[in-house]
Write a protein that binds this ligand. Structure first.
Ligand SMILES: NC(=O)c1ccc[n+]([C@@H]2O[C@H](COP(=O)([O-])OP(=O)(O)OC[C@H]3O[C@@H](n4cnc5c(N)ncnc54)[C@H](O)[C@@H]3O)[C@@H](O)[C@H]2O)c1
Length: 209
């Protein structure tokens, strides 16, 4: 693997993507901001799609993120999910709709387990990740400063450090411009800490020199 390429960016999609993003960072000698994993880009777009069907609003107008591991311990950030700046319970109230936490949990479970169901039916997932990778490379090549839920090296976020997982991240031609430190509620923080622990256990089992 190339060492210390100042202009390059490593974009990792291979699973387990967060663990391999971390390994790529450690082994390559690249600056942390130049090693990016596709992370929860796909999960976030599936999540928004399912929410858009539930609420009858275009997915592009739904702001909601899946953070943490791309996998079983990923975390839906319900506390900040919004449509036009209105949190989901508030949006429902304004539309005279009932906010249904059980339907929301079902949407999250469908999001989290989508890849398993696709793999069961056709053996592998490829179109959505290809579209996700295209979106990421477009943001880099066109220097768009787009916010995407990407995996990168995390430092001192709710006491979590030295691991890779996804948070909303501004990317441009230099790679990670900023990792956005969302203000989470206590349950989300707890779930994210669990996600970090799961990832660290796997990372700890690797020999990264
Ligand atoms: N991040 C995501 O959202 C996402 C989505 C879909 C797939 N994936 C991941 O992408 C990866 C590839 O998926 P796929 O369906 O294309 O798998 P695949 O098995 O069809 O392809 C893997 C390729 O890697 C090659 N390969 C294996 N070991 C190698 C080595 N040591 N050196 C060089 N080449 C090697 C194989 O020959 C094969 O061509 C998997 O890890 C999969 O989990 C990630």
């Amino acid at each position: 693997m190339a060492k210390h390429n100042p202009a390059g960016i490593l974009l990792i999609a291979t699973n387990p993507v967060d663990v391999l993003t971390y390994a790529a960072w450690k082994l390559s000698g690249f600056a942390a901001g130049r090693v990016i994993g596709s992370g929860t880009v796909l999960d976030t777009s599936r999540f928004r799609y399912l929410l858009s069907r539930h609420f009858g609003v275009d997915a592009r107008s739904i702001h909601a993120y899946i953070i943490g591991e791309h996998g079983d311990s990923e975390v839906p950030v319900w506390s900040l999910a919004n449509i036009a700046g209105m949190r989901l319970p508030e949006f429902c109230q304004a539309q005279d709709l009932a906010y249904d936490p059980r339907a929301m949990e079902e949407i999250f479970l469908q999001t989290r387990d989508a890849a398993y169901r696709i793999i069961e039916r056709k053996g592998a997932t490829y179109y959505a990740v290809a579209a996700g990778l295209m979106r990421i490379t477009q943001a880099i090549l066109r220097n768009q400063s787009t916010v995407l839920s990407l995996s990168s090296v995390i430092n001192d976020y709710y006491g979590i450090s030295d691991v890779c997982f996804s948070l909303p991240t501004v990317i441009d031609r230099g790679g990670v411009e900023k990792v956005l430190r969302l203000e989470l509620n206590p349950e989300e923080i707890e779930r994210l800490r669990h996600s970090a622990k799961v990832l660290k256990t796997t990372i700890g089992s690797l020999d990264l020199g």
